[in-house]
Design a protein around this ligand. Structure first.
Ligand code: GLY
Ligand code: MN
Length: 429
């Protein structure tokens, strides 16, 4: 799988050389780190998940087209942080044509750049490595003047990889389904467990523990458990309030499994019964969500769901009395953003907001089988909103499913989590 991806990538950069540094470890305190996560593009091309590594792709090199620079095996260091693949492992288990200790990068890289004129490199968060690349370019500027060959151009490879990652392969779909299924189980568990009087973090802990129990690495993003008015904060993650009788609870949570993400949102009454006001807002969002999912199939513009969501949610705002006036004018003046301020979805994959190329020039591409995305409209009526019917104040609703575009339409991967009012009231009540 990784070899095939590298082959496709090589065809796209023929005549050039690509350099990918691994992700930097993120420090939590001065001496402790967050769990390491490899850069998604690096991982996509290599399957190698150690830090302090560099992947070089050199399609025109006579002997080595795929080179890994890695941390060497050092028993005194491995006793602290675990076994490393090392130079041998990089070749044996990760398919590198050649591998070197990371310390040798500066010395060895020139033989792989050779006479290439294009370097594929995405300047990123690793400032030290960025500087290395600048130094390299300076060196080749001089070589070019003296010898007539050498790097002249840097091209960001992100776009090529974003295009490759847009349509998922079978293996990727297997991981996504697993990530999604674990996320589904977690959502079902909290819907069964929720009671007024519980704290938001109790539900968070239940969700996150189900991820780990099922072999997920943990949450794909900080788990959102937002009760009552907290749900009007889009990415509320404090999760420290007590859930009151009469509150809606918005849960936006997804598991990461083998580098792939689930991302589901459900909103439900803690006591198992929607009030009339909650019901009205909820049903409006659900209608929009179902209609958008219904409309997604190959050939439809990737931009359509967003446009549809804005139109339909603005109509709902008018019907609920949140806004008044002419729909088109309200949209033009962005008035709908008072109650719906995000886009209706995003691609889903190795990153929760998957970096995928959705446009050709300025034009949106169309949906193709194998694309995976979220559909997540919402309405958020902050407690201090002005000129809205008072019964709606403090209500926040988002409903999010993960869908796979198929030959004939789409498959809702998260369909097992109840979302109609009747289903929810039955399960929780
Ligand atoms: N689930 C968080 C988001 O999509 O932004
Ligand atoms: Mn999402």
């Amino acid at each position: 799988m990784y070899e095939n991806r590298r082959k496709t990538f090589m065809e796209k950069i023929a005549g050039g050389v690509a350099i990918f540094p691994s992700a930097l470890p993120a420090m939590r305190t001065h001496s402790t780190e967050y769990r390491y996560r490899q850069d998604a593009n690096f991982y996509y091309l290599t399957g190698f998940d150690e830090p302090e590594a560099v992947c070089v792709i050199a399609p025109d090199h006579p002997d080595h087209q795929y080179i890994l620079f890695v941390r060497p095996r050092v028993p005194e260091q491995e006793v602290w942080t675990g076994k490393r693949a090392g130079v041998e492992g990089a070749k044996e288990h990760f398919g590198a044509d050649e591998a070197y200790p990371i310390e040798e990068f500066d010395e060895k890289i020139s033989q792989y750049i050779g006479k290439a004129d294009r370097l594929y490199y995405g300047f990123g968060a690793d400032e030290t490595f960025n500087r290395k690349i600048v130094e390299l370019l300076k060196r080749y500027r001089n070589q070019r003047l003296r010898e007539g060959t050498g790097l002249t151009t840097v091209i960001d490879p992100t776009e090529i990889l974003a295009e490759m990652r847009l349509v998922k392969e079978e293996e990727e779909l297997g991981c996504i389904r697993q990530a999604v299924d674990i996320s589904v189980e977690a959502h079902m568990a909290v819907m069964r467990a929720v009671r007024p009087g519980m704290y938001e973090y109790e539900l968070e802990s239940l969700i996150d523990s189900i991820y780990r129990q099922n072999g997920g690495i943990g949450p794909a993003f900080l788990t959102i458990v937002a009760s009552g008015p907290n749900a009007t904060t889009l990415h509320y993650t404090t999760n420290d309030c007590q859930i009151r009788d009469g509150d809606l609870v918005l849960i936006d949570a997804g598991c990461e499994y083998q580098y792939y993400c689930g991302d589901i949102t459900r909103t439900f009454p803690a006591n198992g019964k929607f009030t009339d006001a909650q019901r009205a807002v909820y049903q409006s969002v659900l209608d929009v969500q179902c209609e958008i999912i219904e409309s997604i199939r190959p050939g439809v513009s990737i931009g359509d769901p967003n446009q549809k969501a804005v139109e339909m949610l603005t109509e709902a705002m008018l019907k609920l009395g949140l806004l008044a006036g002419d729909k088109e004018k309200l949209i033009e003046e962005q008035e709908h953003r008072k109650f719906y301020m995000h886009s209706v979805g995003h691609m889903l994959g190795a990153e929760v907001h998957d970096v995928t190329k959705t446009r050709e020039g300025e034009e949106y591409k169309t949906f193709q089988p194998g694309m995976v995305m979220t559909v997540e409209p919402g309405l958020y009526i902050a407690s201090d909103s002005e000129n809205v019917p008072p019964e709606y104040l403090g209500i926040g609703v988002r409903i999010e499913d993960n869908i796979l575009v198929t030959e004939s339409g789409c498959e809702v991967l998260t369909a097992a989590v109840p979302k109609t009012i009747d289903e929810i009231e039955r399960l929780i009540g």
